[in-house]
Design a binder for this molecule. Structure first.
Ligand SMILES: [Zn+2]
Length: 253
């Protein structure tokens, strides 16, 4: 049984009926889904899903892409949900200097605020980082010393991975690891201590190799798990057991 540590079941643009998707996830052996909300409206829908399916858990923050536009208006409503205990983590927060939809200054300011919120609420954080590791670490050093963190959908270099691991953070791999050209990423996966490894779909994005180009969904995590098991020289059951235990420990499920 697997845990999808990062899915967006409540994205406004999601065309598939989440109920049908959830039923397929269950049939495929997914025992929990961490649903990442990027707005207060999504949290409302996420809470409805959790009330119907208690094995779906909620995480929320304004995505770094959107903080310049809606970060301010969304911060307090999201913080309120965190303070009420509706969330198992704060995220996804972070920095994205690849797209730079928000300026780096604004992204760093919101990253700092969300780090502080996580510490106030004793919640772990889920981090998105693209081409911004130096600044991410600098903000973390100032505002989130030794807090529990999960770097989601890791796609960086071996050197970046080493610095992430040196901080004691958890690392999650998505369907990208199944792509033929992802040889370097598969090498990266091998150096992550087994106690720090998670897997995710990032639904509806990044469908694994056999579903490439189509919308992703939690049921497809099985394919990523098979590839990860092969890369690490483990059986599917061993890989499932360790990543599930890691997700339960990290999110306190
Ligand atoms: Zn995401």
């Amino acid at each position: 049984m697997l845990i999808d540590s990062h899915a967006h079941l409540t994205f406004a643009t999601l065309k598939d009926d989440p109920e049908a998707m959830i039923a397929r996830a269950k049939a495929a052996g997914i025992e929990a889904i961490i649903n990442i909300n990027t707005s207060p409206q999504e949290i409302e829908r996420g809470e409805t899903l959790s009330s119907r399916h208690p094995w779906i858990y909620q995480v929320a923050a304004t995505h770094p892409h959107d903080v310049a536009k809606v970060g301010e208006e969304q911060f307090e409503p999201i913080a309120q949900k965190a303070r009420l205990g509706a969330l198992v983590a704060i995220g996804e927060i972070g920095l994205d200097y690849f797209y730079k939809y928000s300026t780096p200054e604004v992204q760093r300011a919101f990253l700092a605020r969300y780090f502080q919120l996580a510490q106030e609420c004793h919640l772990p954080v889920v981090i998105h980082c693209r081409e911004a590791f130096d600044d991410l670490f600098a903000v973390a050093d100032e505002h989130y010393q030794k807090g529990p963190a999960l770097l989601h959908c890791f796609t960086g270099s071996m050197k970046e991975l080493e610095t992430v691991l040196a901080r004691g953070w958890m690392v999650s791999f998505s369907g990208i690891v199944t792509f033929k050209k992802s040889q370097e990423l598969r090498e990266c996966a091998k150096i992550v201590p087994h106690s720090r490894l998670l897997i995710e779909t990032d639904t509806p994005f990044l469908a694994p190799q056999s579903h490439r180009g189509k919308p992703n969904e939690p049921a497809y995590l099985v394919e990523t798990a098979h590839v990860m098991a092969e890369v690490l020289g483990l059986s599917f059951e061993e890989l499932a057991k360790l990543t599930t235990a890691n997700a339960r420990r990290f999110f306190k499920l």
